[in-house]
Design a protein around this ligand. Structure first.
Ligand code: DGT
Ligand code: MG
Length: 578
């Protein structure tokens, strides 16, 4: 229970509530022990005294207990619910916060489906355990001991007979939980696989359809679902055997006790009332035992869930503020790489000993073949990843010494993939500055050459875009993300220009948007367009993670190396078009 115990620290905030709940629980449980005693009195009065008024008194007593215990049970349930839901609320928030704070490196390696099941089914498991399991344990122990004491008090011989089947019952329930536990776990894993496949296919449904692979995916899903079904039935078979066995053992115990009690009543060593009462206590005795198996399974599930949670919650936020991290304040916008080497994985560098300098307001174009490390270079500037060797400096400060929030406020990023959130166009543009006014949003949109197409929508800036911005074209989405970065008015702009081909007119608009965006700030742009390259003050060409060439368009053309080759094969055609 190592991991589950760690969850307990979240319970600390609920100390008062827990004491209150436990008090309600103890009262309810103790009240539950009284009715068989009262029934005993009632039966004995009826059979021996024959007094109607006393029987009525017992009836009133039973009624009162029923009412009071119902009230306490209700209070206990509600009080318990506030603790459990509060606990899950706290953990879910902590988890969400942690996931969003974990570095790019973590997200590169962790499938979305995995994180979603942490947020959902693991939470469910913990909620079950803390909601029913934990409270139940206390109630079960009190009920079991209380019932045993009452039985012994009536007749120790009777108590012994009553206990005769309990060890077998305990063994059966434990054995079934040992069998069921791993099966439940397997079932959950399989379900996670089913969910993962669903998520992947729904996300990629366009590809599935485009390649006419619907039938193939249906069959693949059917196989997963079939496996799930087989596991389900296997589980059902275990239940099929164990549930009736436990029922039988319980009944057997009851028969033994009633038979023994019946004889005792005949010989006069026990009253009829006692026999009736003992039946009530017997049920209280076996109930908790039968529950043990379920508790064990619950605890196993909770432990597995807590372990998964710990994996995420205790994952080190490798990229985080140092204690003495600084705020940038005014930024001139100078970027320097000093002998930077970097790799996504241990020992496999994708950048080797790169040094470069970008002066304030300069534009640097980064070029190179696919996989040469262009994205990797610009990812280091806003510290999406940390360098392995060397330093990245902004205005002479190592980026690791700058507060992340401050750094990312001054470094605007336009990613290769245009991601929009579900919401209005205005909300999407204002994502980095939710307090922006409509005028500011429009100014940013105008800079990004997006204002015109936005105002052509009937709802203008209030137009809703879908989770992937499906209602917008590729070129429109790209200009939206440029507008989003423009609104931040960052001193430094980094841009991973998309290679997606668009029509000539859109191409022209995007070019304008980019040139507009780069004006008056330091920019590092991964360039695919001749206009961007020509506009750049300097160009670096990467080759397998090494800066192979550096200079202006003319210088590099004259050099006749990598750049010349890229120019001849990719850029020269754009001379006429641009
Ligand atoms: P592109 O966008 O196709 O034009 O290529 P670049 O130049 O932007 O390449 P880049 O920096 O994304 O990748 C450089 C190398 O690093 C390449 O061999 C793939 C590898 N790489 C990129 N991202 C990751 C990652 O998240 N994990 C690992 N292990 N390797 C990565
Ligand atoms: Mg790239």
């Amino acid at each position: 229970m190592r991991y589950t115990l760690r969850v307990f620290r979240y319970l600390r905030a609920y100390r008062g509530r827990i004491i209150q709940t436990m008090a309600f629980l103890v009262i309810t449980t103790l009240l539950g022990l009284a009715p068989p005693r009262l029934i005993q009195g009632m039966v004995d009065t009826a059979t021996r005294l024959g007094s109607r008024s006393v029987v009525a008194l017992f009836g009133i007593g039973l009624l009162c207990i029923a009412i009071v215990s119902a009230l306490f049970a209700a209070a206990q349930r509600y009080s318990m619910a506030t603790i459990v839901h509060g606990l899950i609320y706290d953990i879910r928030n902590a988890l969400y916060e942690q996931i969003l704070h974990l570095p790019f490196g973590f997200h590169d390696q962790t499938p979305t489906g995995y994180l979603i099941s942490r947020m959902t089914s693991d939470m469910e498991a913990l909620s079950m355990f803390f909601g029913f399991g934990l409270g139940n344990i206390v109630g079960m122990v009190i009920t079991f001991l209380g019932a045993l004491i009452m039985l012994v008090a009536m007749s120790w011989q009777l108590a012994l007979v009553a206990l005769a089947t309990v060890p077998f019952l305990a063994m059966t329930t434990l054995r079934s939980s040992n069998l069921l536990g791993p099966q439940f776990l397997g079932l959950r894993r399989q379900f996670a696989r089913v969910t993962a496949q669903l998520q992947e296919n729904f996300a990629g449904v366009r590809v599935v359809k485009a390649f006419a692979r619907e039938q193939h995916e249906v069959i693949k899903f059917d196989r997963q679902l079939d496996d799930f079904m087989v596991r389900r039935l296997k589980l059902a078979r275990v239940f099929m055997i164990y549930m009736p066995s436990m029922g039988f053992l319980t009944n057997l115990g009851m028969v033994l006790m009633l038979t023994y009690g019946g004889y005792a009543v005949i010989t006069g060593s026990m009253s009829l009332g006692q026999l009736v009462a003992s039946q009530g206590y017997m049920m209280m005795l076996t109930g908790p035992i039968r529950m043990i198996g379920w508790m064990v399974i619950n605890a196993q599930r909770a432990e597995a869930a807590a372990e998964h949670l710990a994996e995420v919650l205790e994952h080190e936020r490798l990229i985080a503020d140092r204690l003495d991290a600084i705020d940038l304040g005014e930024v001139r916008g100078e970027i320097r790489f000093e002998n930077v080497s970097f790799g996504y994985e241990e020992g496999a560098y994708v950048l080797h000993n790169c040094s470069l300098e970008v002066k304030p307001n300069e534009t640097l174009a980064v070029m190179g073949a696919t996989g040469s490390g262009k994205t990797s270079v610009i990812n280091l500037i806003p510290r999406f990843y940390d360098v392995n060797e060397g330093r990245v400096l902004i205005d002479g400060h190592d980026v690791r010494d700058i507060k992340l929030a401050s750094l990312r406020q001054h470094v605007g990023t336009i990613f290769q993939e245009a991601v929009l959130f579900s919401g209005t166009i205005a909300e999407n543009i204002a994502y980095g500055r939710p307090d922006a006014t409509q005028e500011e949003i429009e100014r940013a949109a105008k800079m990004a050459q997006a204002h015109e197409f936005i105002t052509r929508f009937p709802n203008g800036y209030q137009t809703h875009v879908g989770e992937r911005g499906m209602t917008l074209s590729g070129g429109q989405r790209q200009r939206m993300t440029i507008a989003r970065a423009m609104l931040l008015d960052p001193r430094i702009l980094i841009m991973d220009d998309s290679t997606s081909s668009v029509d000539v007119e859109t191409e022209y608009l995007i070019q304008q948007a980019m040139l507009e965006g780069m004006r008056g700030r330091t920019s590092v742009v991964i360039a695919h367009r001749l206009s961007t390259v020509k506009n750049a003050d300097r160009i670096i060409v990467l080759d397998k993670g090494v800066i192979a060439e550096e200079g202006t368009h003319e210088e590099l053309l004259a050099l006749g190396g990598h750049y010349r080759q890229i120019y001849d094969t990719q850029l020269a055609d754009q001379e006429e078009a641009g």
